[in-house]
Design a protein around this ligand. Structure first.
Ligand code: PAF
Length: 283
């Protein structure tokens, strides 16, 4: 696997394959890779000739300086994982390479970016759109892979591709969970052992709510999750929203949509975690 640091070098490397009609898959990441990322890379390797994995902790999407500073970084371990799953190129630029001057572009994804993460992380999705669009311009992939754990991000990236008229396929991939159910996240490694145990309550509550939802209204199900999380010491719930899987707008009743997802964000101690569960899904 090649580790590439600059856009010029990346384009040169990819042109060789592009000329031969090879398909290019991109997996954008912020590093600190885990089995969830590996599943995205494996999917790309299966569907494309060349897989590029970008590793870049994007400063413009962090609305909290400490979060940016504490975000785990480990390029050597990341490269070892990527070798193991068959990626051909790791693109690991410095900040100055991606932002030679400040990016002043302002995106609007309303109403997708006005709900859930929106009010709690002002500017976050604008920063995500800035970096992901730059990566799409640099790599010009045929397909790009994103996890459904960041459910709102995935919907917003699809909308960005539509707005910019880009020609690539966005592939959403299911959440990968630890054996005990906790959704995989680079932030999990920042949890203390007690917090890690406590964090289990999140997926357990979401799974329990699937059962509960069968006999109860949507509003009761929402309250069921909120009460369980609020009753757990050391948790601070930011939101639990049950939304339409496409518009991300809250739904009132189970019959209101054929695609219904519950999305949660909370602090477990100082660490912010998100997760989601599908109550209904169109196939
Ligand atoms: O999901 C992430 O890790 C990041 O938001 C992404 C898509 C790599 C952009 O920095």
């Amino acid at each position: 696997m090649k580790v590439i640091r600059t856009i010029v070098e990346l384009r040169d490397a990819l042109d060789v394959y592009r000329k031969d009609g090879k398909k290019i898959g991109l997996v954008p990441t912020m590093g600190a890779l885990h089995a969830g990322h590996a599943s995205l890379v494996e999917r790309s390797v299966a569907q494309n000739d060349i897989t590029v994995v970008s590793i870049f902790v994007n400063p413009t999407q962090f609305n909290d300086k400490n979060d940016l500073m504490n975000y785990p970084r480990n390029l050597d371990a990341d490269c070892a994982l990527l070798e193991g799953v068959g990626a051909q190129i790791a693109f690991a630029p410095e900040v100055a390479e991606m932002y030679p001057e400040p990016d002043t572009r302002v995106f609007s994804f309303a109403p997708l970016d006005e709900v859930m993460e929106g009010p709690f992380r002002p500017g976050h999705f604008n920063g995500v759109a800035q970096i992901v669009s730059k990566l799409f311009y640099a790599v010009e992939p045929h397909r790009a892979y994103f996890g459904e754990k960041d459910f709102q991000q995935l919907a917003i990236i699809r909308e960005m591709v539509r707005q910019l008229g880009l020609r690539l396929e966005i592939v959403g991939c299911p959440i990968v969970r630890e054996a005990d159910g906790l959704a995989m996240s680079s932030r999990n490694m920042l949890l203390t052992p007690e917090e890690r145990t406590r964090a289990l309550k999140i997926s357990r509550t979401l799974f329990a709510s699937l059962e509960y939802a069968k006999e109860n209204t949507l509003q009761q199900t929402k309250a069921f999750v909120e009460e369980a999380i609020n009753a757990t010491e050391g948790f601070k719930l930011e939101y639990y929203q049950i939304v339409d899987g496409r518009t991300l707008q809250p739904v009132e009743q189970w019959d209101d949509s054929d695609y219904i997802v519950g999305c949660i964000a909370l602090f477990c101690g100082k660490i912010r975690l998100i997760d989601n569960i599908k109550y209904k899904e169109v196939k």
